[in-house]
Design a protein around this ligand. Structure first.
Ligand code: SF4
Length: 232
């Protein structure tokens, strides 16, 4: 987890404000998608493992060549650690990640019939897979209403007052309590995209933020001089 630049809001949002925030996200982007490219649960799992401390864009540059050769655990094991290492060498921490991808593929074959398990405990037993990765896989591959807290989501939850917390688990549990059930499946995508493109780490773009009227962060960032007032 990157260092949190966020101030924690002390004032929590009211239920009608929380509803309004997610209704705004839903109206703008009814079916939000993750940005990692994957064709099945296995390639998604591998992509998420590779994305630790790396950008989705960087992972997406390397994975087409990898997944062309290996889109199943069996093919990944056949590829071998050396070849996997070579194919992902543009991604940070690639040596350790290549070993994890190889080892988790072996375990999937040996213990899970070559399938990615739709179960948190089983997922977290795989090398390189922590709570956040398990949450992403459960949500995207299996449609479970989990919340995967990355650095963007952590920052947005704290700044807005949605779910202030000192660590990712606190924020995750806070969001699970306050996000209305009908928004839960997509909540983490909306919050991640919001943090990535508007509520940015160094300078949140409050002047073009669609949820600024409910957000507790102060002082809000004013528009730059050359801003033309175009809506998001
Ligand atoms: S108003 Fe500013 S701080 Fe609040 S969510 Fe929007 S961009 Fe982030």
């Amino acid at each position: 987890m990157a260092k949190a630049p966020a101030r924690r809001s002390t004032k929590r949002l009211k239920p009608d404000e929380i509803e309004a925030i997610f209704a705004t996200f839903a109206a703008a982007n009814p079916e939000p998608k993750g940005e990692l490219v994957a064709s099945n649960a296995f390639t998604l799992l591998v992509a998420v493992v590779l994305s630790a401390q790396a950008t989705d864009a960087g992972v997406n540059k390397a994975t087409p060549a990898l997944f062309k050769l290996a889109d199943t655990p069996q093919k990944m094991v056949k590829l071998g650690v050396e070849k996997i290492t070579d194919l992902i060498k543009t991604i940070g921490l690639f040596r350790g990640k290549a070993k994890n991808v190889f080892a988790l593929s072996q375990i999937l074959i040996e213990r899970f019939d070559g399938e990615v398990p739709a179960d948190r405990e089983a997922l977290e037993s795989l090398p390189g897979v922590g709570r956040k990765t398990a949450n992403v896989v459960l949500n995207i591959a299996f449609g479970q209403p989990t919340i995967a807290v990355d650095t963007h989501l952590f920052r947005v939850s704290n700044r807005t007052g949605l779910a202030p917390g000192k660590n990712p688990l606190e924020v995750e549990l806070g969001l699970l309590k306050i996000v209305p059930q009908h928004y839960m499946l997509h909540a983490h995508h909306w919050l991640i995209l919001h943090g990535r493109y508007i509520c940015k780490a160094r300078k949140p773009e409050c002047y073009r933020c669609p949820i600024s009227e409910w957000c507790r962060f102060e002082p809000k960032t004013p528009p730059p001089k050359n801003w033309d007032g175009a809506p998001v």
